[in-house]
Design a binder for this molecule. Structure first.
Ligand code: DX5
Ligand code: ZN
Length: 216
């Protein structure tokens, strides 16, 4: 199953409600929170996510690119937020944070930057509902897909199958109709796409095209 989560990082922040309507056919909306510390870019925080939750009926997939998620991430477990993703490089205690997110009724997800190995995540895989393998350096949209991240996706999918657990595997960065099938073949099933969706006059058509690409 292929799930398409457009990233509003490539949307028009001043016309966000309009741009959210354009992706109504998606499976979820990916919301990038950046703090200008963990990544060299700044977007918005909880008030914006709360407002998005009021105007969209899509499941919200929050991607926190922030320092100290142990303190901040639980606040994002609000109604309509389906998953909260924090970074492995930023957390002090991934397992405790994941447990807290689950206890607050949202799905717990851990992200790894391109330079981060997945060994620690593999060791505690059952603690997470989703793993996000970054296929670009986090911070900006419009970068090129790093195919060399696929062994991580394969290792995670293989381990999830061994354990018999349901694990969503998300890829984020450089996803297009050309790169999506590569990630899908490696075991990814949730695809974030910013520029590939919003960089076109018809985001709805792009969502369909990405889904079709995943059917291979
Ligand atoms: C980058 C963000 C992505 C970004 C992807 O740090 O996490 O979600 O929007 O943009 P594209 O799809 O354009 O690579
Ligand atoms: Zn993201």
């Amino acid at each position: 199953m292929v799930r398409i989560h457009p990233s509003i990082l490539s949307a028009d922040f001043v016309n966000l409600e309009r741009d959210l309507e354009k992706i109504a056919s998606a499976d979820g909306v990916h919301v990038d929170v950046m703090d200008a510390h963990f990544v060299p870019n700044l977007t918005f925080g909880l008030p914006m996510v709360q407002r998005i939750a009021e105007v969209t009926s899509l499941p919200i997939d929050v991607h926190l690119m922030i320092d100290d998620p142990d303190t901040w991430a639980p606040q994002y477990a609000i109604d309509r937020v389906d998953s909260v993703t924090f970074h492995a490089e930023a957390t002090r205690d991934a397992v405790s944070l994941a447990r807290e997110l689950r206890a607050r009724g949202t799905r717990a997800s851990i992200a790894v930057k391109p330079g981060t190995l997945v060994d620690d995540v593999l060791e505690h895989l059952a603690e997470f509902d989703m793993v996000l393998v970054m296929t670009v350096e986090p911070g900006f949209g419009g970068q090129s897909f790093m195919g060399e991240m696929m062994p991580k996706v394969e290792a995670l999918r293989g381990r999830a199958e061994e354990l018999g657990i349901e694990l969503a595997l998300q890829v984020d960065g450089g996803i297009t109709a050309d790169t999506l099938p590569i990630a899908a073949a490696s075991g990814a099933d949730v695809f974030v796409a910013g520029s590939a969706v919003y960089g076109h006059s018809s985001p709805a058509e792009r969502i369909t095209a990405l889904r079709d690409a995943g059917k291979g």
